[in-house]
Design a protein around this ligand. Structure first.
Ligand code: ATP
Length: 449
């Protein structure tokens, strides 16, 4: 096989996502809502798999982590204490010529990106990114609530609850997955920057003084998660924030960036938030938020290392990195172009597709039997699909294009020898396997791949 292309541009990716049911524009029948996206049948599987791999790696496989699922809506005082009401701002400028608005720190020079006018920008003003709503029937200042712009604060305000119910000793962390909302000045690049998105966040509590060492370990652990799931090292880099960029709570921050088609872009931030948040909430709420060190018999306010990743940006990076176009051999000795998503099996939306060679009615009962056996065996942890529409060649291409690692084909010989063919996505290698042994063979190959 000859590789023709090792990634996709944004249009190719968006078109594949639409065509194959990964991602649709939100409210499309009404003309769409700008920069808002819905995950389709395959997108939802991919996204679930990403979140589950993350949870498995950072919660289940560690003994210093627990989970939490806090509400999106929080007491408005939480956002005052955290500094978000005061300081969660981006600098906004407007072009006096075309009235488009931009984030000042995203502009490369004095030229308007929309109308090309030069030196037409207003002075930058600070624009708060929190989305507001009102709770209850009266829309007044007393009923204002915010849609959380990060999941972190739900963790900080529950520090004492988690600490007393789980009796954790430092260092330990709390992980949370969930939606966040930011009223971004400009959105775009498909699902890269949207106003509603999902986060995978950890607040890791350490003794002051151990924070810098711990920060480094988290950088390695987080990088290892992306590369372990198949992202090529050369497409990732770590960039340290310069002091001007640092958020109001951070002592140091590193971003993990991915090489997107338009350049490097952040997929995860790993910040040292010090004891800023716990102290701020303790002051505002009047409740002590500290850790009691039994040995030293003293209270410590832990420092916090925060690995904070975006699920949607991870979806995009995994898809882009998995995308390839190849010149592949066909059954009749020729070659043809195939698009393949070389997704890690843990992430693939469809793990196994069961395909009768044709729609011939003699094949259907056995193919259905094989399908049922694979699903009920528990050998495949995820979505198994039955597909009998169109020619077998086209079905292989379709499964390649959505990243299905293994196809199982039931043919006329199967009726006699009760064996089926397993076809591997990447090598296109085909092996014959007795139906008896199929579940264990699939499990082995999905693990090995
Ligand atoms: P940026 O500089 O791109 O605005 P940020 O530094 O504000 O991002 P963080 O506050 O560090 O982002 O958020 C953690 C993660 O959440 C980011 O690494 C990203 O993956 C994700 N994220 C943040 N904002 C958005 C958004 N508007 N749309 C999609 N994902 C986002």
């Amino acid at each position: 096989m000859t590789e023709l292309k090792a990634s996709a541009n944004l249009d190719e990716l968006a078109s594949l996502c639409k065509r194959r049911g990964f991602i649709f524009q939100s409210s499309e029948i009404y003309g769409g809502l700008a920069s808002t996206w819905d995950y389709g049948p395959l997108g939802v599987e991919l996204k679930r798999n990403i979140k589950e791999s993350w949870w498995r790696r950072f919660v289940w496989e560690r003994d210093d982590m627990v989970g939490l699922d806090a509400a999106i809506l929080m007491h408005p005082d939480a956002w005052r204490a955290s500094g978000h009401v005061e300081a969660f701002h981006d600098p906004l400028v407007e072009c006096r010529n075309c009235h488009q608005r931009f984030r000042a720190d995203h502009l490369a020079g004095p030229k308007c990106l929309s109308c090309c006018a030069t030196d037409s920008f207003t002075e930058a003003r600070q624009f708060n990114l929190m989305l507001k709503t009102f709770l209850g029937p009266v829309e007044d200042s007393a009923s204002i609530a915010y849609l959380r712009p990060e999941t972190a604060q739900g963790i900080f305000v529950n520090f004492e609850n988690v600490q007393t119910t789980t009796r954790r000793k430092l260092p330990f962390g709390i992980a949370q997955l969930g939606k966040a909302f930011r009223n971004e000045i400009t959105t775009g690049n498909f699902i890269f920057r949207t106003r509603e998105f999902e986060m995978m966040e950890i607040e890791y509590f350490v003794r002051p003084g151990e924070d810098e060492e711990c920060h480094k370990r988290w950088l390695d652990d987080c990088m290892g998660w992306y590369t372990g799931l198949g992202i090529r090292k050369e497409n990732l880099r770590i960039r340290q924030h310069d002091p001007k960029e640092l958020a109001h709570y951070a002592k140091a921050t590193y971003d993990i960036e991915y090489r997107f088609p338009w350049g490097w872009g952040e997929i995860q931030g790993i910040a040292n938030r010090t004891d800023f948040d716990l102290k701020a909430h303790a002051t505002k709420s009047g409740k002590a938020l500290a850790y009691f060190d039994e040995e030293k018999k003293e209270h410590v306010v832990p420092y916090v290392i925060e690995p904070s990743a975006g699920v949607d940006r991870a979806v995009m990076a995994f898809l882009l990195d998995a995308y390839a176009e190849e010149e592949a051999p066909t059954a009749d000795g020729k070659t043809e172009k195939r698009v393949v998503l070389r997704l890690h099996p843990a992430l693939a939306p469809v793990k196994v597709a069961v395909l009768p060679l044709s729609r011939n009615e003699r094949l259907a009962p056995l193919a259905r039997e094989v399908f049922a056996k694979v699903r009920s065996s528990g050998a495949v942890d995820g979505f198994v699909q039955y597909d009998d529409a169109q020619s077998i060649g086209r079905r292989y291409r379709r499964q390649d294009e959505v990243g299905t690692p293994l196809c199982v084909t039931v043919d006329f010989e199967s009726l006699d020898d009760r064996a089926v063919t397993i076809r591997e996505r990447d090598s296109m290698k085909q092996d014959r396997v007795p139906i008896e042994r199929l579940p264990e063979e699939l499990a082995k190959r999905l693990k090995r791949a």
